[in-house]
Ligand binder design. Structure first.
Ligand code: CMX
Length: 409
């Protein structure tokens, strides 16, 4: 078990003017009961290092995040039945998707799907019930979004004999003429799902979802807001940008004989031109993201010789020493997005603009679990109050000017 950060009753943080306009970096605001990110170790789900549990059944890990303990065999099969029994989605959700413009970004479709799902739910603001409903239905909605937007055909209903990710791949029904091997996609999606389920309490999408829920917006409204947060290029959409970057590197050095020396000079050139080296660095971690290792392990199983994956592996070796030479870069190591896109392409999901929706499909779980805690369990069950941070009035329009403090609003 990881050593959890336990705040004492002592003063937690001396707030200074430097904390203003810093995106709340390092400002403690609450508790997260599902996961924690440790700068020198990585991500833990309820105390379990994600790298050690990345190949378990996705439903087991979802159960762990929801109930804070591993399920026994009966609990696991009961939970699976529960998810399956709630996995069907009203036809009206799909009908509404059919009217959306194909050129709209998939994240906008995904957000629309969650919002519409909320309209078809009983809307009784029962966070616990809506949490399980949303987790059960989100693979159905995501798969239908792919099929309708890509023109692959009508949505495929869930099968009651398949596991959570097996069902997703079944409902996706990626057309066979792309040479897709579904077993490989299943293997990848099981680990991808687990790797993206949760990431502590303070990441933008999670924090946004909880903030919106604090006004007692229901689970679907809160999740819609959370996913809009995830859609930004500095947050969830980084996985789309990372694949574009790897493709560009392969196109530049050629796919036949990817040579470490050429990759090294390509990366150095990018840094010299002040360009971003995608797939490297992290806002919190100061070591390699263990999820990158986890996904590279899957890559060794499903596509060891694919040029994009070879580029991922060479970059993991040659990029950190180059980035380390720049003292302002806090973390020179690979992050989770350095790998995932290259693997998805080799399994037939070759359009990077969809990758954030796959991230979202998984992250819905952690955010929903955290919303349940904040709405139904925190403060002895009362829930945390509506969020209302303080802002100082400034007529200079800049933090560099002296803020006029007019009292609380
Ligand atoms: N390439 C180029 N410059 C980088 C860099 C990288 N991979 N990582 C950090 N830097 C730069 C930052 O842009 C920043 O520059 P300025 O001072 O000019 O603004 C400086 O180094 C210091 O940054 P930092 O303290 O190391 O990192 P931040 O917390 O500011 O940013 C992150 C973190 C992830 C946005 C940044 O490392 C980055 O842009 N990485 C590449 C994009 C990427 O892979 N994103 C996926 C993140 C995955 C995840 O969050 O899980």
């Amino acid at each position: 078990m990881a050593e959890a950060a336990k705040p004492s009753d002592e003063k937690l943080l001396e707030l200074t003017k430097d904390h203003l306009e810093s995106g709340l970096r390092g400002v403690p605001v609450g508790y997260c009961t599902t996961s924690q990110v440790e700068a020198d170790k990585g991500l833990f789900y309820v105390g379990n290092p994600v790298e050690a549990i990345g190949e378990r059944e996705p439903e087991e890990v979802i159960y762990l995040l929801l109930y804070k303990q591993w399920p026994n065999p009966e609990q696991l099969s009961g939970f699976r039945r529960e998810l399956l029994s709630r996995s069907d989605v009203e036809a009206g959700v799909f009908q509404s998707m059919k009217s959306l413009p194909r050129y709209g970004h998939p994240m906008k479709w995904f957000i629309h799907g969650i919002n519409t799902l909320g309209m078809f739910s009983q809307n009784d603001a029962d966070y616990r019930k809506d949490c399980i409903d949303l987790i059960a239905k989100i693979p159905t909605v995501t798969a239908a979004m792919f099929r309708i937007r890509e023109g692959w055909g009508d949505p495929i209903p869930p099968r009651k004999d398949l596991g959570y990710m097996e069902n997703f791949v079944h409902m996706l029904g990626v057309p066979g003429n792309k040479g897709v091997d579904n077993d490989r996609l299943v293997k990848l999606m099981r680990v991808f799902e687990i790797a993206h389920l949760d990431h502590g309490g303070g990441n933008l999408s999670t924090f946004t979802g909880k903030a919106v829920a604090s006004g007692k917006a229901d689970m679907y409204e809160s999740m819609t807001a959370a996913m809009a947060g995830l859609a930004g290029p500095l947050h969830g959409r980084a996985n789309q940008e990372c694949l574009e970057f790897i493709k560009e590197c392969v196109n530049t050095v050629g796919s036949l004989h990817i040579n470490a020396e050429e990759v090294r000079s390509l990366i150095q050139g990018k840094l010299d031109r002040k360009e971003v080296v995608f797939g490297f660095g992290h806002a919190v971690l100061r070591v390699e993201d263990p999820r990158a290792r986890l996904l590279r392990k899957v890559g060794e199983e499903i596509c060891p010789d694919a040029p994009l994956f070879k580029m991922v592996k060479i970059q993991a070796e040659v990029v950190p020493p180059i980035l380390k030479a720049n003292p302002k870069i806090s973390n020179p190591y690979p992050n989770v997005d350095s790998v995932s896109g290259a693997l998805l392409v080799t399994c037939g999901l070759d359009k990077p603009e969809y990758y954030t929706t796959l991230f979202g499909m998984s992250r819905v779980v952690g955010i929903a679990a955290q919303i349940v805690y904040e709405r139904c369990e925190a403060r002895g069950g009362k829930g945390i109050p509506i969020m209302r941070p303080k802002y100082y009035y400034s007529d200079t329009g800049t933090a560099n000017g002296e803020a006029k403090i007019l009292g609380s609003g």
